[in-house]
Design a protein around this ligand. Structure first.
Ligand code: LMR
Length: 398
C-alpha cells in the first residue's frame, strides 16, 4: 500500500531541534526554535500560569466541550489584540474561534480563503516563518511574495514593500507580522504602518495579521498590537491569528485564537459557522486545559497585570542578551558589523551568516540555528554568550 510514499522533507525548525537533541557535546547551544528559555537555559512556568492552574484546579473537566471556555478565550484575546476596538466583538462583527496556537489559526484562515476566494493568492513577506509557506500550500492557496527585508542593510525594504503592495491586484490578501517579525526581527515603524494602512485603503487589500510574539518586540503587549489598532482605526476589515505559545510560555498547550472582522452581524455569523465546520472536520475542539489557563489569566485583572510584568521581564532579558552579544563580538574585532543584533527586535536575530558559516557553527561549535541564519535570542544566556560570541567571531573572521 505505501511503497510509493517518499519521506517528506524535514521541517527546517523542528529538524534543528532534532539535530540538537542528538548532539552529545556539552557545549551545544540550541538557537533554533523560537521558544522562551530563562537565564539557566530552562523553559519557564510563569507565576501567572501557576496561579491560574491552582484557580481552575480541575474545573475544566466539568466542561463537556470547549465551546463555553472557548468563547471566553475569544473575548479576551480580541480585547488583547484590538484594544479599544474590542467592542467590535460585542457588536457582533467578529467571527472568532479558539485555535490550536498560531498554526491552526493561520490554517483555518487559509482554508476559509480557499473556500471563498479560490483564485486569490496570499502575499507573504520575503522572508517569513517557514511554516507559512506550508500552511497556505497545503490549503491549496497560491502563494506570492512581497519584498520586506533588505539583506545588505539588514533593515526593512520599505520602498520595495510599498511598490509590491501597489502593484498587487486590487483586493489581494497580504500576511503581516504586526510585531517581532519572524525570522528577521525587523518591524515597520508606526509611521510606516500608517502608510501601509492608507495604501491598503486605496488598493482595497485584505490584511491578515499573524501575531505570534505579542509583547516580545517592545516588552509591552499594547504597544506591540499597535499596527492592528491602526488598521482598525482606519476602518479596515482584518483577520488576526494569535498565539499564547511564546508570551505565556505554553508551547505544549497550543492555545490560540483566530478572529475575522466582518462588515456586519450576518457576515460574522456566516464566517464563524464556516470556520467551525473546518475545525470540526480536523480536530473538532481543542483541549480545554490550556484555554482555561489563558482565559483565567486574561479575565482576572490582577493576574493579567502580573502576566504583563512577566512578559516585560522575558523581553528585557532577551534585549540584554542582544546588547551583551553585540558588545562581546565587537570587543573580539573582526570584519563584520554586528549592529543588527541590537537593531532587530523580538525573539530572533537574523544573523546574515552564509550557509558555509552556519555549517561551521554546527560542526565545529555545536551551535544550532535555522538554515536561513535565524538565531533565537531566547536561547542565549549569561553562561553561553561568550562561547556563542567566540563561535560567531571564528566563523566570520576571514
Ligand atoms: C518558531 O518559529 O520557531 C516558532 O514559531 C515555533 C514553530 O512552531 O515553528
Amino acid at each position: 500500500w505505501w511503497d510509493h510514499v517518499k519521506p517528506a522533507p524535514k521541517d527546517p525548525i523542528i529538524g534543528v531541534t532534532e539535530a540538537f537533541l542528538a548532539d552529545t557535546n556539552p557545549n551545544k547551544i540550541n538557537l533554533g526554535v523560537g521558544a522562551y528559555r530563562d537565564n539557566e537555559g530552562k523553559p519557564v512556568v510563569l507565576q501567572c500560569i501557576r496561579y491560574a492552574d491552582s484557580k481552575i484546579a480541575g474545573c475544566e473537566f466539568l466542561e463537556s466541550n470547549a465551546t463555553e471556555v472557548g468563547s471566553k478565550l475569544v473575548e479576551e484575546s480580541v480585547k488583547l489584540a484590538y484594544g479599544k476596538h474590542a467592542h467590535l466583538l460585542k457588536d457582533g462583527r467578529v467571527a472568532g474561534l479558539q485555535a490550536l496556537s498560531g498554526t491552526s489559526a493561520c490554517r483555518l484562515f487559509a482554508e476559509l480563503q480557499r473556500r471563498f476566494y479560490p483564485e486569490s493568492p496570499i502575499y507573504l513577506p520575503d522572508f517569513t516563518w517557514s511554516n507559512h509557506h506550508n500552511i497556505w500550500r497545503d490549503a491549496q492557496v497560491p502563494e506570492r511574495s512581497f519584498r520586506y527585508y533588505h539583506p545588505i542593510s539588514k533593515r526593512l525594504n520599505f520602498a520595495a514593500l510599498m511598490d509590491d503592495v501597489e502593484n498587487a491586484p486590487d483586493g489581494s490578501f497580504f500576511l503581516f507580522h504586526p510585531c517581532a517579525h519572524n525570522p528577521t526581527g525587523v518591524d515597520p515603524t508606526e509611521e510606516q504602518w500608517r502608510e501601509i494602512s492608507n495604501k491598503f485603503k486605496v488598493k482595497n487589500h485584505f490584511p491578515f495579521f499573524d501575531m505570534a510574539y505579542q509583547g516580545f518586540a517592545s516588552g509591552d503587549l499594547d504597544v506591540d498590537a499597535l499596527p492592528i489598532r491602526i488598521f482598525l482605526e482606519d476602518g479596515h476589515l482584518i483577520g488576526c491569528a494569535q498565539s499564547f505559545a511564546k508570551n505565556m510560555v505554553l508551547h505544549g498547550h497550543r492555545v490560540g485564537c483566530l478572529s475575522v472582522l466582518c462588515d456586519d452581524v450576518k457576515q460574522a455569523v456566516a464566517v464563524k459557522s464556516q470556520l467551525q465546520q473546518i475545525a470540526r472536520t480536523t480536530y473538532s475542539n481543542p483541549p480545554v486545559h490550556g484555554i482555561s489557563l489563558v482565559s483565567t489569566i486574561l479575565s482576572d485583572p490582577q493576574t493579567k497585570v502580573l502576566w504583563f510584568k512577566e512578559v516585560k521581564v522575558m523581553a528585557n532579558r532577551i534585549k540584554q542578551m542582544r546588547i551583551t552579544l553585540r558588545e562581546t563580538l565587537e570587543k573580539l574585532g573582526g570584519p563584520v558589523s554586528w549592529e543588527h543584533i541590537t537593531n532587530q527586535v523580538g525573539m530572533f536575530c537574523f544573523s546574515g551568516l552564509t550557509p558555509d558559516e552556519i555549517d561551521r557553527l554546527v560542526r565545529e561549535f555545536h551551535v544550532y540555528i535555522t538554515p536561513d541564519g535565524r538565531m533565537s535570542m531566547a536561547g542565549v544566556n549569561t553562561s553561553n554568550v561568550n562561547y556563542l560570541a567566540n563561535a560567531l567571531h571564528e566563523v566570520t573572521r576571514y
